[in-house]
Design a protein. Structure first.
Length: 76
Protein backbone atom coordinates (compact mmCIF):
# COMPACT_ATOMS: atom_id res chain seq x y z
CA UNK A 1 0.00 0.00 0.00
CA UNK A 2 1.23 3.50 -0.88
CA UNK A 3 0.41 7.05 0.14
CA UNK A 4 1.26 10.44 -1.30
CA UNK A 5 3.04 12.76 1.12
CA UNK A 6 2.32 16.43 0.43
CA UNK A 7 3.66 18.25 3.49
CA UNK A 8 5.84 17.89 6.59
CA UNK A 9 6.02 20.28 9.52
CA UNK A 10 7.04 20.43 13.17
CA UNK A 11 3.77 22.16 14.06
CA UNK A 12 0.77 19.89 14.45
CA UNK A 13 -1.63 22.80 13.91
CA UNK A 14 -0.20 23.46 10.41
CA UNK A 15 -0.63 19.82 9.46
CA UNK A 16 -4.17 19.79 10.84
CA UNK A 17 -5.15 22.85 8.80
CA UNK A 18 -3.83 21.29 5.60
CA UNK A 19 -5.70 18.04 6.22
CA UNK A 20 -8.92 20.01 6.68
CA UNK A 21 -8.27 21.90 3.44
CA UNK A 22 -7.57 18.68 1.55
CA UNK A 23 -10.76 17.11 2.85
CA UNK A 24 -12.77 20.16 1.74
CA UNK A 25 -11.27 19.64 -1.73
CA UNK A 26 -12.45 16.03 -1.94
CA UNK A 27 -9.48 14.15 -0.49
CA UNK A 28 -11.36 12.47 2.37
CA UNK A 29 -8.50 10.03 2.99
CA UNK A 30 -6.00 12.77 3.98
CA UNK A 31 -4.34 12.11 7.33
CA UNK A 32 -1.42 13.06 9.59
CA UNK A 33 1.45 10.63 10.13
CA UNK A 34 3.47 11.51 13.23
CA UNK A 35 7.17 10.61 12.97
CA UNK A 36 9.63 11.03 15.82
CA UNK A 37 13.37 10.48 15.47
CA UNK A 38 16.30 11.79 17.48
CA UNK A 39 14.00 13.74 19.77
CA UNK A 40 12.41 15.64 16.88
CA UNK A 41 8.81 15.18 15.76
CA UNK A 42 7.51 15.76 12.26
CA UNK A 43 3.85 15.75 11.29
CA UNK A 44 3.60 14.45 7.76
CA UNK A 45 0.43 15.04 5.77
CA UNK A 46 -0.39 12.13 3.50
CA UNK A 47 -3.24 11.21 1.20
CA UNK A 48 -4.57 7.80 0.26
CA UNK A 49 -3.79 4.21 0.92
CA UNK A 50 -3.65 2.97 -2.65
CA UNK A 51 -2.03 0.35 -4.85
CA UNK A 52 1.17 1.33 -6.65
CA UNK A 53 -0.73 1.53 -9.95
CA UNK A 54 -2.97 4.30 -8.55
CA UNK A 55 -0.20 6.56 -7.24
CA UNK A 56 0.51 8.41 -10.50
CA UNK A 57 -3.11 9.48 -10.96
CA UNK A 58 -3.49 10.51 -7.31
CA UNK A 59 -0.24 12.50 -7.45
CA UNK A 60 -1.47 14.34 -10.56
CA UNK A 61 -4.75 15.29 -8.86
CA UNK A 62 -2.88 16.61 -5.83
CA UNK A 63 -0.41 18.61 -7.96
CA UNK A 64 -3.37 20.34 -9.62
CA UNK A 65 -4.32 21.94 -6.30
CA UNK A 66 -2.88 25.44 -6.07
CA UNK A 67 -1.78 24.97 -2.45
CA UNK A 68 0.26 21.76 -2.91
CA UNK A 69 3.87 22.47 -3.87
CA UNK A 70 5.25 18.94 -4.12
CA UNK A 71 4.28 15.30 -3.76
CA UNK A 72 6.21 12.22 -2.73
CA UNK A 73 5.08 8.61 -3.11
CA UNK A 74 5.75 6.63 0.07
CA UNK A 75 5.05 3.13 1.30
CA UNK A 76 2.53 3.03 4.09
Amino acid sequence: TYTIQVFATRKHENAKKLVEKLKKNGFEDAFIFKHTAGGNTLYRVRVGKVDRSETIELAKKLKNLKFIQSVQVTRF
